[in-house]
Ligand binder design. Structure first.
Ligand code: UDP
Length: 235
């Protein structure tokens, strides 16, 4: 395998599948099998999952809920997704531990960096829930932060597009995909890979990012095998 320890970021929206809200069971199962394949191949795997399929802090303001309250609600939404993914993985005999950035000791361990690393060394998948535990951040930022903390080799952003394009491929049919791009080029061209906080964290800590289509069966394993899948952002 090209990478020994990775952090996989999945958006909450990806879990919806064709639905408008919530969790699609088939999609959940598919992701669990994709993850199992790399764990079985010996990759130490940590996961951060978003909550956008259930709740986002910014949308709360429209309903009269103040932003910070909404953000905490969003963090709780990530825990629902994290628990679903944990259950789906355990169902196919993948060992997991769920760590939460907000204490909820009945359902998850608290986030303890050294403990997370021990779990990874023992071959357990560690899912980090509740984002960073702070409002005004995103799960992309949580993913970058945790990846740096556990000393991951790369952050994998599993999305529904197969990489970074010269323009939005859904709007501009002439857009082409980069297979490699540098952090500086992303800044210069104003491309959107992650939010700026998350992206800056990766840049400052020399953490490469791979953006790839998580919905294509076998893609995650292909990335681990070093195949040119998606786009790699490097130095
Ligand atoms: N959130 C937060 N702090 C964090 C991570 C998440 O406040 O560290 C909140 C924020 O309101 C966000 C919501 O949780 O909108 C869901 O996360 P995100 O939007 O990143 O999910 P995704 O887009 O990946 O599904």
């Amino acid at each position: 395998m090209k990478y020994k320890r990775v952090l996989l970021k999945l958006s909450g929206e990806a879990l919806m599948g064709e639905k408008q809200f919530g969790i699609d069971n088939d999609r959940l199962k598919q992701y669990a099998y994709e993850i199992k394949a790399i764990v079985d191949a010996g990759v130490e795997t940590a996961i951060v999952i978003g909550g956008g399929n259930i709740f986002r802090g910014v949308q709360a303001e429209k309903g009269g809920i103040e932003r910070t309250q909404g953000d905490y609600m969003g963090m709780l939404a990530t825990m629902i997704n994290a628990m679903a993914l944990q259950a789906a993985l355990e169902h196919i005999e993948v060992d997991t531990r769920l760590q939460s950035a907000i204490e909820m000791k009945q359902i998850a361990e608290p986030f303890i960096r050294r403990k997370a690393i021990r779990h990874l060394e023992k071959g357990r998948v560690v899912i980090f829930g509740a984002g960073t535990g702070n409002p005004f951040f995103t799960t992309d930022s949580a993913a970058s932060l945790r990846a740096i903390e556990i000393d991951a080799d790369v952050i994998l952003k599993g999305t529904r597009v197969d990489g970074i394009y010269t323009a939005d491929p859904e709007k501009d049919p002439s857009a082409t995909r980069y297979s490699k791009i540098t952090f500086d080029e992303v800044f210069q061209k104003g491309l959107k890979v992650m939010d700026m906080t998350a992206f800056t964290l990766c840049n400052e800590n020399k953490l490469p990012i791979i953006v790839f289509d998580m919905n294509k069966p076998g893609n995650l394993l292909r990335v681990m095998e070093g195949e040119e899948v998606g786009t790699i952002v490097e130095f």
